[in-house]
Ligand binder design. Structure first.
Ligand code: ZN
Length: 295
């Protein structure tokens, strides 16, 4: 199964800037979860200037150093809502920038957004309410009174394609747009393995058992702070019975008659595209080969 090219070919993560002098910097600037971008005829980009002052905005929290991209420093920060759109630049919903921003910048923007929100939401200790302090050299905050340490939070969730012969299980979630169907997904619970999470979510939402659970790939999902871990599993037993709350409809579909699918930004769509272009084609070819051997 294909994986994307690693971001670490061009990006070196760090929490403390050790560069001397001031050089052009990538600024990941957020206001209410929206990213500041330059929209021009030849494409969309983020501000790439020496100092934040050049952007004429009002910073709110601490500037978070992200490391270097192609040797240039990059920072994330939140600004006040009064920092209105300006001069060809505007605050834009990150999801809508998928496919418009350069891929590595889009991935770093997701990381930047999560770090900005973590910084904002962990100003005070969750244990005793004391103001926290950042630990130098780490993406972590410590409470000076009780010692509690808060790292950036990431919530793992699994998403699974269930295959039965040449068919795939597609389900309609009550939160989706009217005709959209996708794969079964859900958050990991304390004390379970990822594979157990796959089994439980499918059992809870559509009432069937699965086997041969295989890892497909993963995708950071910064809306707000998830990690989607994709699996492919085989149908084992049971009849589809939707929970009626989260999942309102589900059924087995062929590659030729799939319902409306999620957009290409999601790993769900990457797994479904794999099913359409690799799995189902290969399965049909094998089926024909098996039959021709019998003749
Ligand atoms: Zn504390």
């Amino acid at each position: 199964m294909k994986s994307a090219e690693s971001i670490y070919k061009r990006y070196i993560p760090a929490t403390v800037c050790e560069q001397e002098g001031i050089s052009n910097t990538y600024w990941f600037v957020f206001s209410s979860n929206k990213l500041l971008v330059n929209i021009q005829k030849d494409g969309v980009s983020i501000p790439f200037v020496k100092t934040i002052e050049e952007l004429n905005i009002v910073p709110l929290g601490t500037q978070q150093y992200l490391g270097t991209l192609e040797g240039q420093p990059s920072y994330a920060l939140e600004v006040s809502e009064e920092s209105a759109d300006q001069d060809g630049m505007c605050f834009t919903d990150l999801r809508s920038l998928y496919g418009q921003l350069e891929e590595d910048i889009f991935i770093l923007a997701g990381k930047a957004l999560q770090i900005v929100n973590w910084d904002k939401n962990h100003k005070y200790c969750g244990g005793c309410g004391t103001e926290t302090v950042t630990i130098q050299g780490e993406r972590a905050k410590r409470c000076p009174k009780c010692g509690l340490i808060n790292y950036t939070q990431i919530c793992p969730a699994v998403i699974t394609a269930v295959l039965k012969g040449n068919k795939i299980l597609m389900a309609h979630n009550s939160s989706f747009t009217e005709n959209m169907y996708s794969l079964i997904a859900g958050f990991l619970e304390p004390g379970e393995t990822l594979e157990e999470c796959v089994q439980r979510e499918i059992m809870e939402e559509v009432g069937i058992k699965v086997k041969n659970i295989k890892y497909f790939g993963s995708q950071p999902w910064p809306f707000p702070n998830s990690m989607m871990i994709g699996y492919v599993a085989e149908y084992d037993s049971g009849e589809i019975l939707v929970d009626g709350v989260e999942i309102t409809e589900a059924g087995w579909y062929d590659a030729e008659n799939l319902p409306e699918l999620p957009t290409k930004i999601s790993i769900a769509r990457k797994i479904i595209d794999w099913y359409i272009h690799d799995y189902s084609q290969k399965n049909i070819t094998e089926h024909i080969d098996n039959n021709s051997e019998k003749l």
